[in-house]
Design a protein around this ligand. Structure first.
Ligand SMILES: Nc1nc2c(c(=O)[nH]1)N[C@H]1C(S)=C(S)[C@@H](COP(=O)(O)OP(=O)(O)OC[C@H]3O[C@@H](n4cnc5c(=O)[nH]c(N)nc54)[C@H](O)[C@@H]3O)O[C@H]1N2
Ligand SMILES: Nc1nc2c(c(=O)[nH]1)N[C@H]1C(S)=C(S)[C@@H](COP(=O)(O)OP(=O)(O)OC[C@H]3O[C@@H](n4cnc5c(=O)[nH]c(N)nc54)[C@H](O)[C@@H]3O)O[C@H]1N2
Ligand code: SF4
Ligand SMILES: [Mo]
Length: 558
């Protein structure tokens, strides 16, 4: 791409080149002289922030995407959001189905590809019954798409082997919320940011991974200088630049730190006794064990006094005490977290303890407060949580193990009683292990790239090679698509209608504005190296998500 500096800036719709290399690469878009037939409201399809967009269409093509000024994002988009148009027209957009013949993926008609997919599934079902097939989906699918897949596999085929990439991402938060509050629903909303006086950011690098939400936090810091920011991260990141207190703890020691903060809050009486009395149950009693009281909890936490865990956490006890004090005295504290907690082996405990800090201090249910888990993928909440597209779940919080819930769905789906299996299916990692072992013989993978994103991906790639694999993606090739027996090209955001949810549980309708690309359109290539050489524009700094970068980089690099 041979652009002048001015054209490059116009291209990204940025007001300043600094926007590209600064923290989070935030850009504000502006009105430009690009002729547009019509404007439409939409949403960015790249992450769980759910930035609202305004989309210009002309001649059957999307010609402009900019941040919606009246949206919660105040017109801002990050670099990924600014590329929503480009992703539709990149040179490696998948455009036709493919079927593996003599070891090679070759172009096929839709009829041939669908026949081949059906034949592969039929054979697997004949050999191993319903549990020999599986669906592996994604928080990148529309709610309607996930719902339909769930219905087809659980209600139609009769297997609960339905799972998806949110298992790698949000599972700890989901179970944290479910076990503490009874429902997997993040508390609070973006409007709380303007009311918070403390942001407790733990295991999240918001400046790079949720940059537009972070920019709203920074707006608050700019306009209310009394605002405090604690960031708990073993690394220095662009997010820690705004921290009043950066706790650079040893990885994996968050539960000890959070316990120590709870210990300190209880011991210095910075808890909200009236709130606890009215709303908090430490643990209900059972036939075998009496209920846990506040005093029991305080005794349990004696092992976690700040000076006892300081070495383990690689922090000083004074730092831990200060974090607890800031949390306890704050008028309104809001927590944000993502993978730094969720991907720990004890991620659920870490989630529960963040929630516990809010409950102990009554920092919940008022403007500017609440434990607010940030969603990773655009529609993990709406598409996967709400539709129950997971091995143990059914739509709207129902469970496959509950007879009442199964009957409910059987009635709604017009199925005979007993069609939905009472046995939970295989969650993500076990699912791919079962493919390795030859127990799951055929799988449909949609809108995710597990050959790249699973932990120990090499091990599970073996399973994907062995099984009959149908892959649907809008980009070709991905690592997973290369292992497919049948590849199906997918329409993307504005090429189809559907619903995306986001972190604060707002639902967005994505309208169909253009037809999916049917043939090779104009090739668009962009390379950071040439942009840097020609225009002094630097690739944004990314932290720790290297394994994620490759598929996306391939999608837009030349
Ligand atoms: N640019 C970009 N943005 C994205 C994505 C992307 O691929 N690229 N993906 C989206 C998705 S799906 C997700 S899930 C989110 C992820 O968003 P984040 O979770 O914010 O990003 P990560 O880099 O995975 O991890 C966050 C931080 O956790 C820290 N960390 C590591 N170990 C520990 C620990 O033991 N304790 C604590 N406290 N911190 C630790 C890391 O140093 C890192 O800075 O980003 C979303 N946004
Ligand atoms: N090493 C390492 N591994 C990780 C992580 C990490 O930080 N490090 N993070 C983990 C996390 S939090 C996550 S969320 C996962 C994410 O892992 P993946 O789900 O594999 O992430 P993506 O690369 O975003 O894959 C999404 C795919 O969907 C395609 N797609 C987009 N829109 C559509 C559509 O409308 N239809 C169809 N059919 N396809 C579409 C895109 O082209 C892309 O190939 O990775 C996890 N794995
Ligand atoms: S922050 Fe997320 S939703 Fe917003 S523009 Fe960037 S990628 Fe899109
Ligand atoms: Mo994620």
């Amino acid at each position: 791409m041979n652009l002048t500096r001015r054209e490059l800036l116009q291209y990204f719709g940025m007001t300043a080149a600094a926007g590209l290399s600064g923290s989070g690469c935030i850009g504000w878009t502006r009105e430009e002289a690009i002729p547009v037939d019509s404007w439409h409201k939409s949403v960015c399809r790249f992450c769980g922030s759910g930035c609202e967009t305004r989309v210009g269409v002309r001649g059957g093509k999307v010609v402009k995407v900019e941040g919606l000024q009246s949206g919660w994002n105040r017109g801002r988009l990050c670099i990924k959001g600014l590329l929503n148009r480009e992703i539709l027209y990149v040179s490696d957009r998948a455009q036709y189905p493919m079927v593996r013949k003599n070891g090679q993926l070759v172009r096929a008609t839709w009829d041939e590809a669908l026949d081949a997919a059906a034949a592969g599934f039929r054979e697997a079902l004949a050999q191993g019954g319903p549990d020999a097939v599986a669906f592996y989906g994604s928080g990148q699918l529309f709610t309607q798409e996930s719902y339909t897949a769930n219905k087809l596999f659980k209600g139609g085929i009769g297997t609960n082997n339905v799972d998806g990439n949110p298992r790698l991402c949000m599972a700890s938060a989901a179970f944290g919320y479910k076990s503490v509050f009874g429902a997997d629903e993040p508390s609070g909303c973006y409007d709380d940011i303007e009311h918070a006086t403390l942001f407790f950011v733990i295991g999240a690098n918001m400046a790079e991974c949720h940059p537009v939400v972070w920019e709203r936090v920074r707006d608050r810091i700019r306009t209310a200088p009394e605002t405090r920011v604690i960031v708990v991260d073993p690394r220095r990141t662009p997010t820690t630049r705004d921290a009043t207190l950066h706790l650079q703890l040893r990885p994996g020691t968050d539960v000890a730190l959070l316990n120590a903060m709870a210990h300190e809050l209880l011991n210095t009486n910075l808890v909200d006794a009236a709130f606890i009395e009215k709303f908090v149950t430490f643990r209900e009693g059972t036939a075998d064990s009496p209920p846990l009281t506040r005093e029991d909890f305080r005794k349990f936490l004696a092992d976690y006094a700040p000076e006892k865990v300081a070495d383990l956490c690689g922090l000083s006890s004074a730092e831990i005490r200060e974090a607890a004090r800031l949390f306890g005295i704050s008028q309104a504290a809001m927590s944000f977290w993502t993978m730094g907690l969720n991907q720990q082996t004890h991620g659920v405990a870490a989630n529960r303890m963040v929630m516990a800090l809010h409950l102990l201090t009554g920092q919940i249910g008022r403007p500017g407060t609440g434990p607010f888990s940030l969603t990773g993928q655009p529609n993990a909440g709406g598409g996967v949580r709400d539709t129950g597209t997971l091995a143990h779940a059914l739509p709207a919080g129902r469970l496959v193990t509950k007879e009442h819930d199964r009957h409910d769905m059987e009635k709604l789906w017009g199925l005979p009683e007993g069609r939905i299996s009472p046995n939970p299916g295989l969650p993500a990692v076990q699912l791919f292990e079962a493919m390795r072992e030859g127990k799951v013989r055929a799988a449909l993978v949609m809108a995710t790239n597990p050959a790249r994103s699973l932990p120990n991906a090499d091990r599970y790639r073996e399973g994907m090679e062995k099984a009959f694999l149908v892959v649907s993606d809008s980009i070709f090739p991905t690592d997973t698509a290369q292992l497919a027996d049948v590849f199906l090209p997918a329409a993307m955001w504005s090429e189809k209608e559907g619903v995306f949810s986001q972190s604060e549980r707002r639902y967005h309708l994505v309208e169909k504005l253009v037809d999916p690309r049917a043939r090779r359109a104009r090739t668009w290539r962009f390379s950071w190296a040439s942009a840097s050489a020609a225009h002094g524009v630097h690739r944004p700094v990314r932290g720790g998500r290297g394994a994620r970068a490759a598929p996306r980089r391939r999608a837009v690099s030349g």
